[in-house]
Design a protein around this ligand. Structure first.
Ligand code: CA
Length: 225
């Protein structure tokens, strides 16, 4: 899952980015409003974290421009305590949640996980397809009771597919959401990773295959009817 962070204080931006990478997210950081806005409008993210006060375009303005462009990615606003009365303005501008500085990383992570659960009606942090489960809090993947060990990239692929079960996901989309933007990934690489994921989550198990290839279109995880 890919997170856009727009925050002009390098220490805070760096701490959020490092923390999220440790939690298996991939991150992109911009330190001014203009580059953050063009990234938000030009690329796809799974979550956008915006500081309220930024050089250039400020956070609320970025939020309303993102919404005006029809982008519905969850937005979390970081705001100083002195600006707390503006929080209604923030939510009105189209943000989904806000967090008051200073905040703990654990709090931020909890908010992000809550936002990622929307609009799905899951009530906890465990994604489930048939007997395949993925616990996003401890990266535990199981089929039935059997624990499955995945690499970081395989885990990223599986999480993205399990959060997007309603549609076929193209290789380009997977590249954009699972790999760092500066990674040089070819469609063949995606095929190779899908292959190794399938060898771990489907091949060893007798039950239904869950990971499906739609030739020329992409991949989808689910129970085929
Ligand atoms: Ca700031």
């Amino acid at each position: 899952m890919k997170v856009l962070i727009v925050e002009d204080e390098p220490k805070i931006a760096g701490a959020i980015s490092r923390g999220l990478k440790y939690e298996n997210f991939i991150t992109e950081v911009y330190q001014d409003g203009n580059s953050g806005l063009s990234a938000a409008l030009g690329d796809e993210y799974d979550i956008i974290i915006l500081d309220r006060m930024l050089p250039g375009v400020e956070g609320l303005e970025i939020t309303s421009q993102i919404r005006q462009a029809g982008i519905r990615t969850p937005i979390l606003i970081l705001t100083a305590k002195s600006q707390i009365r503006d929080r209604v303005a923030g939510l009105n501008a189209g943000a989904d949640d806000y967090l008051i500085k200073p905040f703990s990383f654990e709090e931020l992570l909890a908010r992000i996980r809550a936002l990622l659960r929307r609009p799905a009606d899951t009530t906890d942090n465990i994604l489930k397809i048939g007997d395949l489960t993925l616990d996003t809090t401890n990266f535990d993947v199981r089929r039935g009771k059997k624990r499955i060990k995945l690499t970081k990239t395989e885990y990223g692929l599986l999480e993205y597919l399990m959060r997007n079960t309603s549609r076929i996901i193209s290789k380009d989309k997977l590249i954009g959401h699972v790999w760092d933007f500066d990674a040089d990934i070819l469609p063949n690489t995606v095929e190779a990773y899908i292959g190794s994921l399938r060898r771990k989550i489907d091949k060893p198990f007798k039950g239904t295959s869950l990971l499906h290839t739609y030739r020329g279109f992409g991949y989808k995880i689910g129970i085929k009817k």
